[in-house]
Write a protein that binds this ligand. Structure first.
Ligand SMILES: [Zn+2]
Length: 282
C-alpha cells in the first residue's frame, strides 16, 4: 500500500520516558496508532532484540544471544533479515546503524546501502549520522529505510535510566526523529510514507537485559500513509511484529516460521484492503 517505509529504533527508549516535551514522538502517538506496552525479547539487549525486530524470529530461532561485536567477527546471522526479503522482492533497502555489532545483520545482498562504525570502533552519535541520512535522502528514495539512534542508551548506561541526563538524550532522539521526517518529507513527499518508531529494549538503573518489565517494555508507534489516526493497539505488540508489518506494508508474504505478525489493526480499512490485494498479487 506504500512505496516507502521508514523504521526508527531508539535504543533503550522506555515508553514512560516520552514526555510532553518530546513533541515529535507525541505528535506521532496522537496522529498514529501506538502501543505503550509492546514487548521485546530476552535477553533484552541490543543485538538479540534488533535481530528479532528485523527477522520476525525469536532468539531461540535466530540464535543471537550475544551482544558484542567480538563473537565471530566476520560472520552474519544465519537467517534472512527483513532487508533481505524486501530487497529480493525488488525494493531498495538502506540502513544506518549506530553500533558496530550490527555487522551481524549485514547479510550478503540484503542492503543497497548501509553505514555503521567499523569493527570494535566506538558507537556513533546523531551528529555523525543525521547529515548522512539527509544527504542520502536528498539523492535517493529508498523503499525501506532503517535508522538506529543510540543516544538514549548511551546516557542510560552513563547516567541511569529515567534520570535527567537520560531524559535529555530522549529529547535529542525526539529531535532526530523530526530530522528524519523532514528529510523523508522532501525525499518521498509529505504523506507518502509509513513510519514505525520503536525501541530494542528499555532499562533501569544503569543497565538492561533482564526480564524486568522496565527492560522488556518498549514503545511501538505507526504513523503516516495508511495509518489509522489516534488509535491504540488492543493486543500486545511484540518486537518481531516490526519485521512482519514491514513485509505486509510492501505486500510480501512472510516466511512460514516467522513468529511476528503484521499489526494491521493500526491501519485504515482502505489500507488493509490495498495490502490484501497486493498480497494476492493484484
Ligand atoms: Zn544498552
Amino acid at each position: 500500500m506504500t512505496d516507502h517505509v521508514v523504521v526508527i529504533s531508539i535504543d533503550g527508549l522506555r515508553p514512560d520516558a516520552i514526555t510532553d516535551e518530546d513533541v515529535t514522538l507525541q505528535r506521532l502517538i496522537h496522529e498514529g496508532t501506538a502501543a505503550r506496552t509492546a514487548q521485546t525479547i530476552l535477553p533484552s539487549t541490543t543485538l538479540p532484540s534488533h535481530t528479532s525486530m528485523l527477522t520476525g524470529l525469536t532468539p531461540a530461532q535466530h540464535g543471537v544471544t550475544w551482544n558484542s561485536d567480538e563473537v565471530e567477527p566476520s560472520g552474519t546471522i544465519g537467517v534472512p533479515t527483513v532487508f533481505e526479503i524486501v530487497h529480493a522482492a525488488g525494493f531498495s533497502t538502506v540502513a544506518f546503524f549506530a553500533k558496530s555489532k550490527f555487522h551481524y545483520l549485514e547479510r550478503k545482498g540484503s542492503l543497497d546501502h548501509d553505514e555503521l562504525p567499523g569493527f570494535r570502533q566506538p558507537s556513533w552519535t546523531m551528529a555523525r549520522t543525521m547529515p548522512r541520512i539527509e544527504s542520502l535522502l536528498a539523492e535517493s528514495h529508498p523503499n525501506l529505510l532503517f535508522v538506529h539512534i543510540g543516544e538514549a542508551d548511551y546516557l542510560g548506561h552513563g547516567a541511569g535510566w529515567m534520570g535527567p541526563g537520560y531524559l535529555r538524550a530522549v529529547g535529542m532522539a525526539d529531535e532526530g526523529v523530526a530530522r528524519v521526517m523532514a528529510a523523508a518529507d522532501q525525499s518521498f513527499g509529505a504523506g507518502h510514507y509509513t513510519m514505525i518508531v520503536t525501541a530494542d529494549h528499555g532499562g533501569h538503573d544503569k543497565g538492561h537485559g533482564t526480564s524486568d518489565p522496565r527492560d522488556m517494555t518498549i514503545p511501538w508507534i505507526v504513523w503516516g500513509e495508511g495509518v489509522q489516526p489516534g488509535g491504540t493497539f488492543a493486543d500486545t505488540v511484540h518486537t518481531m511484529d516490526t519485521a512482519a508489518t514491514i513485509l505486509w506494508l510492501f505486500g510480501i508474504p512472510r516466511p512460514a516460521n516467522w513468529v511476528g505478525v503484521p499489526q494491521t489493526e493500526g491501519f485504515t480499512a482502505e489500507a488493509r484492503e490495498k495490502a490484501a490485494v497486493k498480497l494476492r498479487g493484484g
